[in-house]
Write a protein that binds this ligand. Structure first.
Ligand code: 5GP
Length: 183
């Protein structure tokens, strides 16, 4: 669905499907350059990274492998605690691999910090992160993100894989959810 289909639920459309596609194309060219001559393993973080993984991987004009992790953050609803439980681990060995973690959004960076520490202990040849969206709070995180799609304001957004209560992941655009929906 598109923002127009649920316009009453959004206070603002931040990025349209076309803008997201255009930005992903730019990032794909950068990634192709940076990983030239190297085998690339994309690691998607379920469920949010579903859309960005599908679109980025198809935009890459080269081979890549894909694997998935599912994690859940302990915390009080909207706040990330950084304490993470692995619900589904990778099927791939990371030893000696060039790993690019594909994320939907980095907010505090706590989830990502835990994940990177865990993946690093498996001795990949390299470990980088691509995120489609980044919140201002992440500036305080020591976690380095090599590729960023868009910086967002400090608002709760939905769409392009990002949900509220399981909904809105299939929204092709990204927008600010009307607070009345979760009040
Ligand atoms: P962090 O540990 O970086 O604070 O939290 C990252 C996770 O919080 C994301 O993977 C996502 O599940 C959730 N999150 C953070 N900001 C938003 C947002 O604006 N919208 C949605 N739907 N999820 C968010």
């Amino acid at each position: 669905m598109e923002a127009a289909d649920i316009s009453a639920d959004l206070t603002e459309v931040l990025y349209t499907k076309a803008q997201i596609e255009e930005r992903l194309t730019e990032l794909a060219r950068q990634i192709e350059d940076d990983y030239a001559g190297k085998e690339l393993l994309l690691v998607g973080v379920l469920n949010g990274a579903l859309m960005v993984m599908a679109d980025l991987s198809r935009e890459l004009k080269r081979h890549c492998e894909m694997d998935w992790m599912a994690i859940s953050s302990y915390g009080s609803g909207t706040q990330s605690s950084g304490v993470v439980r692995i619900l589904k681990d990778l099927s791939t060995e990371l030893q000696g691999r060039h790993v690019l973690v594909v994320e939907d959004i980095v907010d505090t960076g706590l989830t990502l910090a835990y994940l990177l520490q865990n993946l690093k202990s498996r001795n990949p040849a390299s470990l980088n992160v691509m995120t489609m969206f980044r919140k201002p709070e992440s500036m305080r995180s020591p976690v380095e993100v090599a590729y960023v799609g868009f910086d967002l304001p400090n608002e709760f957004v939905v769409g392009y894989g990002l949900d509220y209560a399981g909904r809105y992941r299939n929204l092709a655009d990204v927008g600010i959810l009307d607070p009345a929906i979760y009040a």
